[in-house]
Design a binder for this molecule. Sequence first.
Ligand SMILES: NC(=O)c1ccc[n+]([C@@H]2O[C@H](COP(=O)([O-])OP(=O)(O)OC[C@H]3O[C@@H](n4cnc5c(N)ncnc54)[C@H](O)[C@@H]3O)[C@@H](O)[C@H]2O)c1
Length: 420
Amino acid sequence: MSITAAIIGQGYVGLPLATRAAEVGITVVGFDIHPGLVDQLNSGKSHIDDVSDDELAAALAAGYRATSDAGDLATADVVVVCVPTPLAEEGGPDLSAVQAAARTLGEHLSEGTTVILESTTYPGTTEEVFAPLVLGDRLTLDENVWIAFSPERVDPGNPTYGIRNTPKVVGGLTPESTRRAVEFYEQFIDTVVEVKGAKEAEMAKLLENTFRHVNIALVNEMVRFCEELDIDLWDSIDAASTKPFGFMPFRPGPGVGGHCIPVDPSYLSHRVKAKLGYAFRMVELAEEVNLAAPTYVAERVWRQLNDQGKAAKGAKVLLVGVTYKPNIADMRETPAEPLAEKLLSWGVDVSYFDPYVPTWEAGGVTMTSATDVEKSASEADLVVLLQQHSTIDLDRVVAEAPAVLDTRGVLNPGDKVVRL
Ligand SMILES: NC(=O)c1ccc[n+]([C@@H]2O[C@H](COP(=O)([O-])OP(=O)(O)OC[C@H]3O[C@@H](n4cnc5c(N)ncnc54)[C@H](O)[C@@H]3O)[C@@H](O)[C@H]2O)c1
């Protein structure tokens, strides 16, 4: 049976999903409200690291096309919504894109369509916020439309796990909604996991992200007192990792970045507070610890310069790797930014090297990436390794640098190299 799928939102999540579905012969319409992006995608130029121009060309040849015409949604048998769910100014959920997409669907959807929300959000959103706008007065759940939630688990830049081999959790508002959504994903995803309902699927995603957030905060807090107690926490983590059961290693770093870890747990704590009136203390504490991590790195920079008999003011500090994770160009919520801001506020002469980020604005200063990292390292007073992109020859950077602060624990500590 040939089906047409419409994917709403052609970003980090929607575009890889669209190209994968096109690969197995599904006719895919990629809907986005960003007209410049639609033209760019139709001309074969991808804006997402995980989708190469060649993969996009193959999808276009297989029938994929991008559109900003909501009328095209009427042709879809299945619609998947992958729009952003950021935080609002006051820190709570901003569901405006989800609501806008739902209203658009309410106007244009044909009877007989299965609608799946993938945007990360608090439990209850699909039922309480999304479905009423999709259904309106025109459509009836389980009669002429079916609605499910399936959390997106994409890990940008992960060379091992992509859309196809990352199990997909699916929970519908009704058993038939679940069944239809499972049937759709089974066409192009190896393992589809059916859960009790949409709320359980929504919560599964937030549990995954909160688990990471809390465990990263645990080691980010421990690294501070371990340093003062003269204990090499990195060594202890390696030792604990030899336990074949009951332990999973998390390592300290300059802070958390990306969309999932810093943002999603706030959706959950906000929901708990709004609905039940009490705090989700684990998340609030993890937020406090992880948000303080860049400031802690700045303090360590200050101390390392001090040990060299140098003032922070006027010192040359080279930041190496400013994205939020290695080997991708993603800058969202990168902890490099609050770190640079803090250093600049102290009068530090900050520069950076990142092959993925040609220019960068931090603390009101626009900077251009150094081109020769070894030369720049030799001219700096201190090099701070924030992100170990695999294309950077770190041994050579260390050889040239007078001193290095390694926030990732990937260099051998020694005379020059100090670990966080
Ligand atoms: N990026 C990740 O690593 C990741 C991982 C897991 C889950 N998620 C979740 O997936 C969702 C989407 O995130 P993303 O990273 O793909 O966002 P993104 O910003 O990369 O892309 C979203 C796209 O949606 C478009 N858009 C916004 N409002 C729209 C509307 N009303 N109609 C149509 N298009 C609209 C935007 O123009 C943009 O192109 C979020 O809820 C996010 O939390 C993201």
